[in-house]
Design a protein around this ligand. Structure first.
Ligand code: PGA
Length: 258
């Protein structure tokens, strides 16, 4: 049984006061939720991690980062390493979000993302490796090939015994921030295919890996997505910036696990 993970990706939004308020509101909302049935995570901008992690101490809310650098320390101006994220209270790191794979100035490739995944795990954090096809790739019927490639490339030399501490996020690029969501059937097909590839790579441990769906997940579509057998949670952008909508998605996950 995989515990669903509902993760908010705040991207470059909110200021410190707004982040503190959102964290406080989420924690207040989680007080009535059955502990441990669903894992809840917020990934704010890295500069706010420490105060927000302090605000979330002893609560059901965990904190994560949106990116990491692959080296533990050194002359890498402007970068933040995995051990530094540990220091400021992060438990997870989003790696390879499409806004880092595809946007000008980043273009992070699979080799770099693999190094980031391994550096994250080496520091004791859980990587959330994002994969997903562009609209052109979907239209060219290349979706499943893209997912297989991105999973295999992202996990080169990843220690199998650590695989329970691995999360994959399937985020079709055409669904991110667009209001267009994959249908539950499209999501399930992509997730099942991804798990099949994971099984080839890491054997039975694949059954423990949570595969999140991301891309315009909202309170009104969360339940039917989360009901799919291989959808183990959500990576939520826009709807994670308001406590009401984020908590409504947590609630949907709780109802699905029953
Ligand atoms: P969205 O973003 O929910 O706003 O589509 C999801 C993501 O980018 O992780």
């Amino acid at each position: 049984m995989r515990t669903p993970l509902i993760a908010g990706n705040w991207k470059m939004n909110l200021d410190l006061a707004g982040g503190l308020k959102l964290v406080a509101d989420i924690i207040a909302g989680l007080k009535s939720a059955p502990a441990k049935a669903v894992e809840v995570l917020a990934c704010p901008p890295a500069v706010y991690l420490q105060p927000l992690a302090q605000a979330a101490v002893d609560s059901a809310l965990k904190l994560g980062a949106q990116n990491v650098y692959q080296a533990p320390k050194g002359a890498f101006t402007g970068e933040v390493s995995a051990p530094m994220l540990v220091d400021v209270g992060a438990k997870y790191v989003i790696i390879g979000h499409s806004e880092r794979r595809h946007t000008i100035g980043h273009h992070e490739d699979d080799r770099m993302l693999n190094l980031k995944v391994r550096a994250t795990r080496a520091a004791g954090l859980t990587p959330i490796l994002c994969i997903g096809e562009t609209l052109e790739e979907r239209d060219a019927n290349a979706t499943l090939d893209v997912l297989i490639y991105q999973v295999a490339a992202g996990l080169v030399n990843y220690p199998v015994k650590e695989s329970a501490d691995l999360v994959i996020a399937y985020e079709p690029v055409w669904a991110i921030g667009t209001g267009r969501t994959a249908t539950p059937e499209q999501a399930q097909e992509a997730h099942a295919h991804t798990r099949k590839e994971l099984r080839r790579l890491i054997g039975d441990a694949a059954d423990q890996v949570r595969i999140l769906y991301g891309g315009s997940m909202k309170p009104d579509n969360a339940r039917e997505l989360l009901q799919q057998p291989d959808v183990d949670g959500g990576l939520i952008g826009g709807a994670s910036l308001k406590a009401d909508s984020f908590l409504a998605i947590v609630q949907a996950a709780l109802e699905v696990v029953g």
